[in-house]
Design a protein around this ligand. Structure first.
Ligand code: ZN
Length: 167
């Protein structure tokens, strides 16, 4: 096994331990062998990975203002860690998906909130903000940042002060 393989396996292992779904682990680690990944899942969690369809976007994880605040908080942590680790703040025009930042954010979130956020929700939040499938906007009333998507009631208002966001 060469170093690149070893690094890929380490990434996959860490992502699986954090609970990320197998197809997402496969794409982030570059390991196509789903059987190997499912084996890791079994070894770490003692049961089989979650079957079923992946959600289309982070909006699937937002059912109320509380979950909207949770994903907004995750994106906020991610942005800060990404800037600290990667580049100077002025160079970051927009965020991109970065595995080590995702894992650190997941850990920091759990420390700050006292419990982890489902890393799959965190993954989709980062991906969708990075691809501009949803917007990460600032509330005109209270200044808090949140994920804006006009399709749902809980993503079209600021989850903190409930002010409607007008695009
Ligand atoms: Zn607000």
């Amino acid at each position: 096994m060469d170093l690149k393989n070893f690094q890929q396996i380490q990434i996959a292992y860490d992502l699986i331990r954090s609970g990320l779904r197998i197809p997402l682990v496969s794409s982030l680690s570059g390991i196509d062998n789903k059987r190997l990944l499912r084996g890791f899942w079994h070894e770490i969690h003692g049961n089989g990975p979650v079957p079923g369809k992946l959600p289309e976007s982070v909006v699937s994880y937002i059912d109320d203002f509380y979950s909207a605040i949770q994903v907004a908080s995750f994106v906020g942590f991610y942005q800060r860690i990404y800037k600290w680790d990667k580049v100077s703040p002025e160079k970051v025009a927009r965020i991109t998906m970065d595995v080590s930042t995702l894992l650190k954010t997941h850990e920091q979130y759990a420390v700050m909130w006292g419990q982890p956020l489902d890393i799959n929700a965190g993954y989709y939040a980062i991906r969708d903000v990075a691809c501009e499938i949803v917007l990460f906007v600032k509330c005109i009333n209270c200044g808090a940042e949140f994920l804006y998507d006009q399709s749902k009631m809980h993503t079209s208002k600021c989850p903190y002060c409930k002010t409607l966001y007008l695009n």
